[in-house]
Design a protein around this ligand. Structure first.
Ligand code: AMP
Ligand code: ZN
Length: 461
């Protein structure tokens, strides 16, 4: 029985989809920059939700948006459009910026074995849907026009704040909401912005040339593809207090009823115990980790070790041990792959049930991984290898890449291993002189070092 922790009710609930196909909307990237490992943790989480649903036999219709317009620098509807700002800085058009970073995003998620949702919806392809949505909100009396745009009137929506359980005054005190004299309430948010001449992306609307607000994008596209009630809406925890609160206000105002049954939110990634931010220089990309010798799937393994509702502290020591554990897992699997089939069905069934129970309990992947380890420590058997392949449908760790451990190829004495490790560290630190010196010593002792992307192998000369 699959259970999810629903942010709206703050309870673990048995999942009951509305229809035969599960409908799921996931807030996607704003494509003005490279995704950092924190962003990617959130997409790994969404992928685990999708994989668990599929493991449980559900069909999914999933939508992810690509925000390529109208996401302003502050949530208070002030500041520049992130896309336009990046375009200005790089002297490119916002469309070029969006195309470039969208492409990189899809490469990153593919490297992390993150499945693409069935529908990818670009905001700029859905402007007319958003305009219609805003028009309906105007007709129903939930929105009003000011000199610079159309705003949602939150005083008309009595449930505002129900997801974050913050009252409005607390929220305003907490947020840096800039004063806009024409707004009826400081927390009223923009549905549509009137574009100044220099704004590159702008479209005709009943209110003149302009561009949509960020929140309206998700409500309009979710309704268009998935209908007026959806099973699951997912995003990062940072979306709870503003973005998703605003989505709820817009969509419930328009429909007159609840539109999302289960809200799922992934917790944040920290770096060295603190916030990730560009200014601190601690926002790594997958490409940067790869340059340092860590494979994308070692990073995925690192993410899988912590439950999605817990903060995950990124450190290089942590990544390194995940990398070691992941490789060791592949080695262990190889022993099972090459062993004869001989595990009784009762044991196989026990592990299957335990794994199923773990993933069904609000996607408890750390527990599920623990079960895989316990299982693989049993006497090697092809049956357990086959079962691990089934489990990999949820884990997404490419466990079919099982490979023999290096030590099985040659027996390396500790002294040699130490030298080779030192050389690997020197190489990583780009200390070429030291790395060459150690290579010479190893050669003299009869070993050749073969450099690999994320490590090395030793061979007898
Ligand atoms: P953005 O492209 O800035 O809209 O962010 C993309 C996604 O990354 C959103 O779902 C955010 O919730 C999520 N996100 C941003 N920072 C972090 C972080 N440090 N850890 C985990 N997720 C994050
Ligand atoms: Zn969204």
């Amino acid at each position: 029985m699959l259970r999810f922790y629903n942010t709206l009710t703050r309870e673990k609930e048995v999942f009951k989809p509305e229809g035969k196909t599960v409908t799921m909307y996931s807030c996607g990237p704003t494509v003005y920059n490279y995704a950092h490992i924190g962003n990617l943790r959130t997409y790994v989480f969404m992928d685990l939700v999708r994989r668990t649903l599929k493991f449980d036999g559900y069909k999914i219709k999933g939508v992810m948006n690509i925000t390529d317009v109208g996401h302003l620098m502050s949530d208070g509807d002030e500041g520049e459009d992130k896309m336009e700002l990046a375009a200005k800085k790089q002297q490119k058009s916002p469309y070029e910026i969006a195309a470039y970073y969208t492409d990189v995003f899809f490469k990153d998620i593919a490297a992390l074995n993150i499945g693409k949702p069935e529908i990818i919806a670009k905001a700029t392809d859905h402007i007319s849907d958003m305009i219609k949505y805003v028009e309906t909100l105007m007709e129903k009396g939930y929105a009003y026009e000011t000199g610079d745009g159309i705003y949602f009137d939150i005083s008309r929506f009595k449930d505002y704040g129900k997801l974050s359980r913050l009252n409005l005054d607390d929220q305003i005190a907490g947020a840096r909401v800039e004063v806009n004299g024409e707004k009826r309430h400081p927390a009223d948010f923009a549905l549509w912005k009137k574009a100044p001449k220099e704004h590159i992306m702008q479209w005709p609307s009943p209110w003149g040339m302009g561009y949509p607000g960020w929140h309206i994008e998700c409500s309009a596209m979710s309704k268009k593809y998935l209908g007026s009630v959806i099973d699951i809406h997912s995003g990062g925890v940072d979306h709870i207090p503003v973005h998703h609160e605003n989505e709820i206000a817009q969509s419930e105002a328009l429909e007159g009823h609840r539109t999302v049954n289960t809200w799922l939110h992934g917790e944040f990634m920290l770096v060295d115990g603190g916030k990730m931010s560009k200014s601190l220089g601690n926002t790594y990309t997958i490409a940067q980790l790869e340059e340092m010798g860590y494979s994308p799937l070692s990073f995925r393994y690192f993410c899988l070790n912590t439950h999605y509702r817990k903060k995950l502290n990124f450190t290089f020591e942590g990544l390194k041990s995940a990398d070691t554990a992941y490789k060791r897992l592949l080695n262990l699997l190889y022993e099972h792959k090459t062993a004869p089939a001989e595990t009784d069905q009762k044991t196989v069934g026990k592990y299957r049930d335990e794994f199923q129970a773990a993933v069904d309990d609000d996607i408890n992947i750390p527990l599920a991984l623990g079960i895989v380890w316990t299982m693989l420590k049993e006497r090697p058997s092809k049956d357990l290898y086959s079962l691990a392949m089934e489990f990999d449908k949820v884990l997404g760790l490419s466990l079919d890449k099982a490979a023999p451990a290096e030590k099985e190829k040659i027996d390396v004495p500790d002294e040699i291993r130490k030298l080779a490790d030192m050389r690997f560290e020197a190489r990583k630190a780009k200390n070429w002189a030291e790395s060459d010196r150690l290579r010479d010593i190893l050669n003299q002792k009869g070993y050749a070092v073969l450099d690999a992307k994320d490590g090395y192998t030793l061979e007898l000369k």
